[in-house]
Design a protein around this ligand. Structure first.
Ligand SMILES: *Cc1c(COP(=O)(O)O)cnc(C)c1O
Length: 394
């Protein structure tokens, strides 16, 4: 591997040449079943015909103008997104971290306008929000922060899925202006909160004049079995961030607002050169239309339920499996032991998975995966888990 690249990633010894649906081929011609979608990005799988067409067609017309001008594709995408989310406005960025930066700026702007001294945002333990200075500060993982001090001011952290801690904040922290939370924690280990967690946060935000800000960067665009994961709980946030699957591989992020957070920022308050360019918007529009037309949201729900049931069956008599959990196609299999080495073993078997939070096998398969492909996933992975846990107990 070349030394030309900063060593910021511990890369696996494989590189891919092409893809088709849920399949990838490496430079040696070996085929892999992709159960990770480039970390929840390629929800429509690889080389989807509609995406190919959108990219080629738009590339032959116009890639970039500037936010100095009107961009009709950006307006169309904005209308589409706010319709799907039942929210009011959107700002387009290029990544998840940037979408969250916009959310954090909105929270502070909201607080400063209300005259709050040192506006503070509540964030969660084990959360992940990105790698910029503000978003790594918001992230609940010391490994992400270590060495980058001084961190950004204006955040307080509480345990995830613990509404009593948030009530405590309401009583004791007058500077709070917003709560930033993932509806399901992705990097943190596919942590699914209590059924009424978001509803209770919504209520506390309303009572205290806080913005409810949801990071749906990993959970959004149909993967959870609803278009946005918070729709499982029937609430609408004030701020929602998206990225990952929104572009299916074309870099794009979005920060949506409604209610108190709408009509807040004006000219000069925020901006980006690339954000919302015609190419990215055209592709994202195609992603949304494809997810809707093929009803991939329902597919994610049905396939997710099947995978959970099939894994439960396949691993029923295996000791060392702590829990199998999921929401749609966000699936976590937690083992009793750290199991990072399973990633390499799966790779050898032609299967792409991830391990996060040390002990949680994370599966984020494309929404277009067939039943047969899902059965192959269950079979290959269950065997790997079984063998691994047998070795551990010897
Ligand atoms: C991936 C992710 C981010 C960061 O997105 P980038 O595009 O890598 O900046 C933020 N929040 C969540 C929940 C994510 O999964």
């Amino acid at each position: 591997m070349s030394n030309a690249l900063m060593a910021t990633y511990k890369r696996l010894p494989v590189s891919f040449e092409r893809g088709d649906g849920v399949w990838l081929w490496d430079t040696e011609g070996k085929r892999y079943l992709d159960a990770l979608s480039g970390i929840a990005v390629c929800g429509l799988g690889h080389a989807h015909p509609a995406i190919q067409k959108a990219i080629c067609d738009q590339a032959s017309k116009l890639l970039h103008t500037s936010n100095l001008y009107q961009i009709p594709l950006q307006e169309q995408l904005g209308e589409k997104l706010i319709g799907l989310a039942n929210m009011q406005q959107v700002f387009f960025a290029n990544s998840g971290a940037e979408a969250n930066e916009a959310a954090i700026k909105i929270a502070r702007f909201h607080g400063n306008q209300k005259g709050v001294q040192n506006p503070t945002i509540v964030v969660m333990e084990r959360s992940f929000h990105g790698r910029t200075l503000a978003t790594l500060t918001a992230t609940g993982n010391r490994k992400v922060q270590a060495g980058f001090e001084p961190l950004v001011q204006g955040f307080i952290r509480i345990p995830y899925d613990d509404i009593e801690s948030l009530k405590n904040v309401a009583e004791n922290s007058p500077n709070v202006v917003a709560v930033l939370v993932e509806p399901v924690q992705g990097e943190g280990g596919i942590n699914i909160p209590a059924e009424d967690y978001l509803t209770q946060i919504r209520q506390l935000c309303d009572e205290n004049g806080w913005l409810m800000m949801l990071d749906e960067i990993q959970t959004g665009i149909g993967r959870s079995g609803k278009f946005f994961s918070h729709q499982h709980q029937g609430i609408v946030p004030d701020v929602m961030t998206l990225a990952k699957a929104l572009g299916n591989g074309m870099p794009i992020g979005a920060c949506l607002v409604s209610g108190k957070a709408a009509n807040l920022l004006g000219p000069g308050n925020h901006g980006t050169t690339f954000g919302g360019n015609p190419l990215a918007c055209r592709v994202a529009l195609t992603v949304l239309e494809t997810v809707e037309q093929a009803d991939l949201t329902t597919r994610a729900e049905v396939l997710g339920a099947k995978l959970l049931a099939d894994f439960a069956d396949a691993l029923i008599d295996v000791t060392g499996v702590e829990e199998i959990r999921g929401q749609g196609l966000l699936i976590g299999i937690e083992l009793e032991h750290p199991c990072g080495e399973l990633v390499l073993r799966a790779l050898e078997q032609g299967l792409l998975i991830n391990v996060t939070a040390d002990k949680v096998i994370r599966l984020l398969p494309p929404l277009i995966m067939s039943d047969k492909e899902a059965e192959q996933l269950v079979q290959t992975l269950s065997t790997l888990i079984r063998d691994f846990l047998t070795e551990q107990s010897e």
